[in-house]
Write a protein of this length. Structure first.
Length: 173
């Protein structure tokens, strides 16, 4: 049962990744270039990591990192600088595009946790299946200003084939 939960978590990470790609495409096309969209995403990822590490420090559990990365003042200052950078880079852009980087943050945290629990192959297969499921749905609606690409029988079969791949990877022991 626990492994099924881990696989579902990896599928969820994949769906979140599909949102990230769709939002980055919209951000890069309508508001900024590709490198600028990358900067916005990376700043949001850094903010996610710094927020989690600052919370850890506040709980009396400093991260197992060399000084000064285990110091509250230093880490808090980095967080404030990253937030300021994100706010400046997002001027004129709808606020929710800043969430693109959180998907990247969740992916990296999930990879470091779930990869050791279910294995790299099953993690990657599950994330890939989740990404395809999410991206087919997002394409169908043209989410975030992207081109509409209807769900077809061929696309649906592709999704089913990829999910079957996850099952095959899981049971090949």
């Amino acid at each position: 049962m626990t492994q099924a939960l881990y696989i579902l978590m990896a599928l969820g990470v994949g769906i979140t990744s599909a949102f990230q790609v769709s939002m980055l495409a919209g951000l890069g096309r309508f508001f900024r270039g590709s490198l600028e969209a990358t900067l916005v995403s990376m700043l949001a990822s850094v903010i996610g990591a710094l927020t989690a590490l600052n919370i850890q420090i506040l709980r009396g559990e400093p991260p197992n990192l060399p000084s000064p990365f285990n110091n509250q003042l230093f880490m808090g200052s980095l967080l404030i600088a990253a937030i300021a950078g994100l706010l400046v880079s997002m001027r004129g852009v709808t606020w929710y595009y800043a969430l693109t980087g959180l998907a990247g943050f969740f992916y990296v945290v999930a990879a470091s946790y779930l990869g050791q629990k279910i294995g790299v192959a099953l993690f990657v297969a599950s994330v890939t299946a989740g990404t395809l499921i999410g991206s087919v749905v997002l394409d169908h609606y043209g989410a975030f200003g992207n081109e509409v690409r209807q769900v077809t029988i061929v696309r649906a079969v592709g999704v089913v084939a990829l999910v079957l791949g996850v099952v095959l990877v899981r049971f090949d022991r």
